[in-house]
Design a protein around this ligand. Structure first.
Ligand code: ADP
Ligand code: ZN
Length: 553
């Protein structure tokens, strides 16, 4: 996609004239050219990577209208304001609006005056007039492309599934010739596969950029209930106090509403170095809309410095100067953690992602997930998925040796090596100069591979680890997996070690993850492990040794 296209010079022109930007970021040009050539494209880029420009610029140089679906009215308002600020004709059909706005938007869209039309997914279902407009535009060759922003909302495996997004499959079904551009900052293979299936664009071009955020510092701190508040207090008072003596902008994520209120209450007594009291507020779904909106706005304007929130606080925040994201409690998944911690440092300046961890928190979440599953009739697959996700999160928190970035990025299928971290996570920093040794795990690896072979369809991550470590859980007995030859072969390994071993085998391509369509309401994508027999044979014949790093004492 690097060659010259008829629109190459137009792209360059509008990049600087309309958007005031000098050069493209990695992949932006390629993505635009692919879409302008009529391809369906799928864009995976981390928060702050510059996704919006990928559809805004093609929209400007097109003859017709670009229709953008976005999940939140507030997100849409920001985008419309941004485009209008650059004198690009844009409007929206979302949330409540008056007749005049509606009439004007429709007529501007029909005449082709409008370049970008934002809609929420509900409107597709609820507004016959909208479908009429789309048909009319299509018939006149004026429907340039559909854009699905925050596309992970279409997947029930994503962290923000929205039922109305399922309707978006109608784009490809009803308008097969109109190209689709789907964008997300979610990185898992399973979710991205699912998105392409749900939007009916399995053969689209995929553009995935690195999810590494070099300006973020990762750190896990031990959480002891008695001292955690003091610990946060001193972080705020020292590391996160700016030269003006004022505490910088940040988010503290908590698990429950009550926890938010508690933590905010305790920290509100804090005096800053400039003598003033810290301005801090909590934010959760138990508050009314107006209250939440006000808190978010005040925080965006720096009137509130620190916000203590549940994950209800999230999507659509694009404050550039968030200097820290602290997790007071363990998130439920690395997907969630990547997303939430990623809200720090959008401006590219050094910022911190700190996680407080103790084992009790992980048990507490297991309990919450289990009771939640009972109350809400959660499917077996979803429960399994939740368990696996939490296991991975726990591994990240408990890790002692490997680099945090490596753990995080490898989990999302990105090949990333420790040398690129350059001491910007706590483990790399602390382990600098210490010596490691590689422990030979080849025998355990062989057993693990045999268990995968034996379990076949049941070889999901967490179940595999259970059987490998000799679990006698009900499911194990039911399928008589306790009778397998290698049941319990890994009983001398801790769960974390077993998971590291599994991770290593995936990294070495001895094991592979395979996704498949599940027979449930959403036909979502399941995930199981397979043996790459060719790679595995190199382990069995001694050509490939499997080792894990340990800290030498
Ligand atoms: P995302 O949606 O991927 O989180 P945005 O589209 O909001 O990211 O872009 C993040 C910031 O980067 C915005 O302020 C945007 O104007 C800026 N940006 C995007 N592309 C470029 C570019 N090529 N050069 C400079 N700044 C850019
Ligand atoms: Zn590191």
């Amino acid at each position: 996609w690097r060659g010259e296209f008829p629109w190459s010079s137009l792209l360059k022109l509008h990049l600087s004239q309309t958007f005031g930007i000098r050069s493209f970021r990695p992949m932006q040009r390629e993505i635009m050219c692919a879409s302008l050539s009529g391809h369906d494209v799928f864009v995976l880029m981390p928060t702050g990577g510059g996704k919006s420009l990928c559809y805004q610029l093609p929209a400007v140089i097109g003859e017709g209208v670009t229709v953008v679906v976005s999940p939140l009215v507030s997100l849409i308002q920001d985008q419309v304001a941004h485009l209008e600020g650059n004198r690009v004709p844009a409007s929206h059909l979302s949330g409540p609006y008056d007749q005049e706005h509606y009439r004007q938007t429709m007529s501007m869209a029909r005449s082709g005056e409008l370049k970008v039309l934002f809609i929420t997914p509900e409107k597709i279902a609820s507004s016959g007039a909208l479908l009429g407009l789309l048909n009319d535009l299509r018939d006149r060759n004026m429907l340039d492309r559909f854009v699905v922003d925050e596309a992970h909302c279409v997947s029930s495996w994503g962290h923000d599934f929205r039922k109305d997004y399922i309707r978006l499959r109608c784009f490809k079904e009803m308008y097969p010739t109109v190209p689709i551009m789907a964008l997300t900052a979610t990185a898992t293979a399973r979710v991205s596969h699912d998105i392409r299936q749900q939007l009916r664009i399995p053969k689209c071009l995929v553009f995935k950029s690195s999810f590494n955020r070099p300006n973020l510092r990762y750190e896990v701190r031990k959480k002891s209930p008695k001292t955690v508040i003091d610990d946060i207090t001193s972080l705020l008072g020292e590391r996160f106090t700016g030269n003006d003596g004022r505490i910088q902008s940040g988010i503290i994520y908590c698990l429950s509403k009550k926890e938010c209120e508690d933590v905010a209450g305790k920290l509100s007594r804090l005096k800053q170095r400039n003598g003033r009291k810290l301005s801090i507020r909590h934010y959760h779904a138990g508050q009314n809309h107006q209250e939440r909106e006000e808190t978010q706005l005040m925080w965006s304007n720096n009137e509130i410095q620190v916000i203590v929130a549940t994950i209800a606080f999230g999507m659509g925040i694009d404050k550039p100067d968030v200097r820290f994201v602290i997790h007071y409690s363990l998130p439920k998944s690395l997907e969630g953690y990547l997303q939430e911690s990623g809200r720090a440092g959008r401006d590219g300046r050094k910022s911190w992602c700190i996680l407080y961890y103790n084992y009790g928190d992980s048990r507490r979440i297991t309990f919450l997930l289990e009771t939640g599953a009972k109350e809400n009739n959660v499917t077996k697959e979803q429960q399994e998925h939740n368990r696996t996700a939490l296991d991975a999160m726990r591994c990240y928190a408990e890790e002692q040796v490997q680099c945090r970035r490596v753990l995080l990025l490898n989990y999302f299928g990105e090949k990333f090596t420790k040398d690129k971290c350059r001491g910007t996570c706590d483990l790399c920093e602390n382990n600098q100069g210490k010596s490691f040794h590689e422990k030979d795990m080849t025998e355990q690896a062989k057993s693990l591979v045999m268990v995968v072979n034996a379990l076949r369809l049941r070889a999901t991550r967490s179940y595999l680890i259970d059987v490998f470590r000799g679990s006698m859980a009900k499911k194990v007995l039911k399928y008589r997996d306790d009778k397998l030859q290698h049941h319990g072969a890994g009983k001398d390994l801790t769960k974390t070690e077993a998971e590291r071993l599994l991770g290593k085998l995936l990294e070495q391509n001895v094991l592979e993850e395979q996704t498949y369509r599940q027979q449930n309401e959403f036909q979502s994508i399941g995930c199981r492990l397979l043996v790459n027999q060719c790679r595995a044979s190199t382990v069995f014949n001694g050509m490939l040794k499997i080792t894990l790093p340990y800290l030498s004492t």
